[in-house]
Write a protein that binds this ligand. Structure first.
Ligand SMILES: Cc1ncc(COP(=O)(O)O)c(C=O)c1O
Length: 393
């Protein structure tokens, strides 16, 4: 291994959302945080060097886009995902959630229904409700240890009038990397009922060995026509604090409306730092990412074995992508408050409590495995020790 993912780097005192609010969020600075989806690893060295070079300018004026930035994105998606993008399909946006929110406002009617498949990344609920729309829920089916889409329910919601769907591809939490056949079946329904798709593919590069990401819009020209894809390099390379992302749409009307909205909100100007970082990541971060994925995959195995030995009552869902582990803790017999007490007060760890992903997540916990193995081992040890009394029936 060229990169040392075992190295523990303190993030305390860096204004880290994950590490610097433990007392406020969990009542103690002793809590070990494995919650919000950023990694405790340094980004690829080329990104750090690009940012340091850029910082050296001393004048941080308004910045323009560069051609090489978009080319780096295009090369990456062609090389990694076999998806051939065109420059004029791309627009920058400060964040993926910003894009989702703008797209919900643009492509659904006030009071209209927007389909989501819980348990799902909790801002999906927020961007619908806070825009005055209604969530139309098609819960994922839990089949043989993994999630699947409920096509019957999806069709019922579309028949009932829902005309927009928020897709999480790959899916957070649960780590499903949707297969082409599954997406095609979903796409057929969308085409039949005139449903537009906002596909959040921020986890597209975090694919574990044996699986392959399929960009929804890459499946056919018809599906590209109804889709806005929200993407970012920030999850892949651990750059979320840079607040940069982009959207892709091959449909000119969708793209034009989105760009108008960005202009209306004055979100068009390029960040002084972000483009250099993203360009370096896509041009020079491939090897780092490949090693990261092996490390995360080993962390998945480590956590699975650890829990199987020390706390066999809980059930791990094997992720196909993301660095998140979705653990069914219902056998511990604790309600939401009980799970929080167990984590924050008794075990002194902070995983993400599952009910925020929807009712279907009640009794589950989501562990962020993008940390050095020693940190993961300590968190698991603390959790299993504190959970032991709850396993005695
Ligand atoms: C599915 C999904 N979408 C979006 C985001 C956040 O994206 P951004 O920080 O660009 O808004 C996350 C972060 O965890 C995520 O898991």
């Amino acid at each position: 291994m060229k990169y040392d993912f075992d190295r523990v780097t303190s993030r305390l005192g860096t204004r880290s959302l994950k590490w610097d609010q433990l007392e406020q969020l969990y009542g103690s600075n002793e809590v070990l945080p494995l919650w919000v989806a950023d990694m405790d690893f340094e980004c690829p060295p080329a990104v750090k060097e690009a940012l340091i070079r850029r910082a050296g300018a001393g004048i941080y004026g308004y910045s323009t886009e560069s051609v090489s930035y978009k080319q780096a994105i295009i090369r990456w998606f062609s090389g990694r995902h076999g998806w051939e993008l065109q420059e004029d399909w791309l627009s920058d946006s400060p964040g993926v959630v910003t894009s989702l929110s703008l797209a919900v406002e643009l492509f659904s009617e006030p009071g209209g229904e927007v389909i989501i498949q819980p348990p799902v990344y909790y801002p999906f609920f927020d961007v619908i409700r806070m825009n005055g729309r209604k969530t139309a829920l098609s819960p994922l089916l839990h089949t043989e240890g993994r999630y699947e889409m409920d096509y019957g329910k999806l069709e019922e919601l579309m028949k009932g009038g829902a005309r927009l769907l928020l897709l999480c591809n790959p899916h957070n939490p649960g780590g499903r990397v949707w297969e082409a056949e599954e997406l095609l079946r979903l796409g057929e329904l969308c085409l039949r009922y005139g449903v537009k798709v906002i596909s959040d593919e921020i986890h597209c590069d975090l694919i574990l060995p044996g699986h392959k990401h399929t960009p929804f819009a890459s499946l056919s020209d018809e599906l590209a026509e109804i889709t806005l894809t929200a993407l970012a390099s920030t999850k892949t390379f651990n750059l979320p604090g840079l607040q940069t992302s982009f959207i892709v749409s091959g449909n000119r009307d969708i793209k034009r409306s989105f760009d108008r909205k960005l202009k209306q909100l004055s979100l068009l100007s390029a960040s002084f730092f972000a483009h250099e970082a993203v360009e370096a990541a896509y041009n020079e971060g491939g090897e780092w990412l490949d090693e990261l994925l092996l490390y995360v995959s080993d962390n998945v195995q480590f956590a699975t074995q650890f829990l199987a030995e020390k706390l066999p009552q809980v059930k791990v869902m094997q992720p196909e992508g993301t660095y998140l582990l979705w653990v069914d803790c219902r056998p511990l017999g604790l309600d939401v408050e009980g799970l929080k007490r167990l984590m924050y007060r008794e075990a002194k760890v902070a995983f993400t409590e599952g009910s925020i992903f929807g009712e279907e997540g009640r009794g589950y916990l989501r562990l962020n495995l993008a940390c050095p193995r020693s940190v993961l081992a300590e968190a698991l040890e603390r959790f299993c020790r504190a959970a032991a009394p709850y396993t005695v029936s």
